[in-house]
Design a protein around this ligand. Structure first.
Ligand SMILES: Nc1nc2c(c(=O)[nH]1)N[C@H]1C(S)=C(S)[C@@H](COP(=O)(O)O)O[C@H]1N2
Ligand SMILES: [Mo]
Length: 203
């Protein structure tokens, strides 16, 4: 990824770094359907279910004991804002999938959030590098506005895939549209291919 270390002047934003029809913002918009949810760390549960060896419900304490990772990435919202150079900490998607002990038949992950939100990912998109279940943003505990205690961050897909207030993952054999996908957004959502909407439905 271009990171400003090339020949261009510091502060210059390389076009190669910003997907088509996106504009860079210095702020951090708060965007989601419905109210901000306030989930206590003590109440928080992370349920791994569906095509897994054994269903699990992970507590905050257990989540904190998992191997941790730091990710620096750019994020791209389908409403045309991009934010560059964000820093997150948490547990990688691949660590969670390993912990879940998914069946060979599992091909998709439906990531679920408190309040009934969900979004679908290919298993390979959840286990890609830099995908993490984040509890920390810019070295601070993730705020409720941005999806704390834990949200998903999938830098290589439009940001609606990055579920806030995560409550679980269901592993499935077949793909199934989630909240925004049912409203007409794309099943995969690659910003470099401008996969904004699924064919015909608009949104
Ligand atoms: N639970 C939940 N997560 C969600 C959404 C939502 O409506 N509900 N919206 C998505 C969309 S469209 C975006 S752009 C990002 C915004 O995250 P932010 O508020 O931290 O910028 O959250 C995503 N995660
Ligand atoms: Mo979005």
């Amino acid at each position: 990824m271009g990171d400003g270390n090339g020949p261009s002047a510091p502060g210059h934003i390389s076009r190669e770094r910003v997907p088509p029809e996106q504009r860079v913002t210095g702020g951090f918009p708060v965007l989601h359907y419905g109210p901000v949810l306030h989930v206590d760390q003590d109440q928080w549960r992370f349920r791994l279910h569906g095509l897994v060896a054994k269903e699990q419900e992970i507590t905050w304490e257990q989540f904190q004991a998992l191997p941790r990772a730091k990710v620096e990435c750019d994020i791209h919202c389908v409403t045309h804002w991009s934010k560059l150079g964000t820093h997150w900490e948490g547990v990688l998607g691949k660590t969670v999938v390993k912990l879940a002990r998914t069946d060979a038949a599992a091909r998709f992950a439906i990531v679920q959030g408190y309040g009934g939100f969900d979004t679908n990912l290919r298993l390979g998109d959840l286990t890609a590098d830099n995908v993490l279940f984040a509890d920390t943003f810019e070295a601070q505990p993730l705020t409720a506005e941005h999806g704390g205690p834990v949200r998903l961050v999938v830098p290589h897909l439009y940001f609606w895939k990055s579920a806030k207030w995560v409550s679980g993952v269901e592993f499935t054999a077949a793909d199934r549209p989630g909240f925004w996908e049912k409203a007409g957004y794309h099943m995969r959502g690659d910003p470099w291919k401008e996969e904004r909407y699924s064919g015909g439905q608009g949104g």
